[in-house]
Design a protein around this ligand. Sequence first.
Ligand code: AP5
Length: 219
Amino acid sequence: MSRIVILGPPGSGKGTQASRLGELWGVPHISSGDLLRAHVREGTELGRRARPYMERGELVPDELILDMMQERLSAPDAERGYLLDGFPRTLAQAEALEGRLEALGQRLEAAIYLRVPEAELLRRLSGRRTCPRCDAIYHVDTMPPKREGICDRCGAELIQREDERPEVIRKRLAVYAKQTRPLLDHYRERGLLHEVDGTLGVERVPGEIARLLAAAEGG
Ligand code: AP5
């Protein structure tokens, strides 16, 4: 049973790794960012309220996120575990997740922190391309699609996300440092934090995560 949180700054590879590990382990990859972008695309009330925060690179208010995540985590496919990407992002969100798990008699297995220096984050975010239909992630240099500009998985035209303008990226990095980085200590104090070198190649990171989790289980 895997209930795992993937932590790290924007561009550290949370979505890339959570998607791969989810397929490998047969549990859903649940990304708060992908869920929010789907709400924005579909023009729901939540999407309408979240959009201005996302465009500015700020966090969407906790109460909107908590309702959305509560609903997603209650879906049948999340019963056997999940990989969380982008949630929790504040201490209030982490505490809400813990409260939910406790009420269900469940526990979080681990929090994986992908460590990547800022210069590399900027390089990755400026070259990222995303599929607006299936949320697959590419990079023009390091993970290009087979046909330029076209998603390998579903054939849709790839896009650059709206929050990838340089000034918004800078804001997202600052918001991460102030509001999300404190979660590292939160999970470290609970003995759940595992640090991974996120600069390893895309193919090597899953193996490293599996190795750390196996060592933690053994110890
Ligand atoms: P969200 O969508 O969660 O964005 P983020 O956390 O800023 O992270 P990213 O999706 O930009 O990066 P990533 O770490 O997933 O990296 P990726 O795998 O794509 O959130 C967007 C917005 O939604 C927020 O700003 C906020 O407004 C709102 N929001 C979301 N959740 C919220 C919450 N809980 N509370 C409040 N607000 C919330 O990889 C990046 C690039 O690098 C790709 O091109 C990839 O190909 C490449 N790459 C990945 N790994 C490697 C590698 N090992 N080597 C080389 N290249 C690599």
